[in-house]
Design a protein around this ligand. Sequence first.
Ligand SMILES: Nc1ncnc2c1ncn2[C@@H]1O[C@H](COP(=O)(O)OP(=O)(O)OP(=O)(O)O)[C@@H](O)[C@H]1O
Length: 310
Amino acid sequence: MITCEGLVKIYKTDEIEVVALQGLNIQIDAGELMAIIGNSGSGKSTLLNILGGLDRPSAGQVKVGDWDLLKITDKQLVDYKRHTVGFIWQNNARNLVSYLTALENVEMPMMLSGNYDPVYAKQLLEWVGLSHRMNNKLQELSGGEQQRVAIAISLANRPRLLLADEPTGSVDTKTADMILSIFERLNKELGVTIVIVTHDMSMAGKVGRVVAIRDGMTSSEFIARNPSISALDGTSAGLTGDDHEEYVVLDRAGRLQVPKAYLNALQIDGKATMEFDGEKIMIKAPKDLSTSEGIERMEANSQTVGGKSK
Ligand SMILES: Nc1ncnc2c1ncn2[C@@H]1O[C@H](COP(=O)(O)OP(=O)(O)OP(=O)(O)O)[C@@H](O)[C@H]1O
């Protein structure tokens, strides 16, 4: 469903250029429910905004279904945003109208796109557990209920892809769990592909695949050992422990990101040695040239160089 290869996004502000994505690779299958994690500023929202058609990529490849988001025209982008993709933000006020009822809020985007379907609007509110509140005005609903209305709205035009940026950022743990189980249900019932950006490690720990982004690149991936159990039992405290296996991500050219903590621990800066023993690849700090072994090597090298130059 989604393929990003060498995706680059550069923000230009006055004289400053910020490289938010620097050659990011990611593959997301149709019908997947997955999460993206990463530190603040790592490029998560930038990726989501590009996939949602809210921002334009600078270079690389980004395809969603049949759409090529690097080549898409402005006119096609309107169609893409209306029919292919749905968006949920942490702050749901962005796509809700407070003086309309929950049902009217869901019906509105259907009317705007000419696909009015009141039966489906009610069905969506039932799926998010709000059938008893559908005739209440938005301002009469709690923050968690409003977030669930936002989920129903995002699906009003039957998108194939749902993008959620910190969907549980402003709700309590119980509501966060409820929102995740709604995503699981919608993913199963509608087959909609769901990508969640989150800081919430306990939420990330409950989905089958989690991709970590560091410095605008995909760094590692966590795959649930038993997706059906980890998604349903809800007991996973995060991504550590026995629930997920961690993999380092390599791009087509074989490049990978070594975690900064590992590099710092070995005081590797700029250069390293790499050895392959037939089974394992080992990355080590280069031998310190101030040690006796290093000095011997330097002397041997200078003799060779000196010998040649004479
Ligand atoms: N419109 C913009 N103009 C200039 N720089 C931007 C813009 N949007 C994002 N950036 C920069 O791009 C980088 C990535 O930002 P992004 O918002 O994608 O990170 P993030 O991982 O979503 O962070 P957070 O978790 O804090 O939301 C940051 O250095 C940020 O300052």
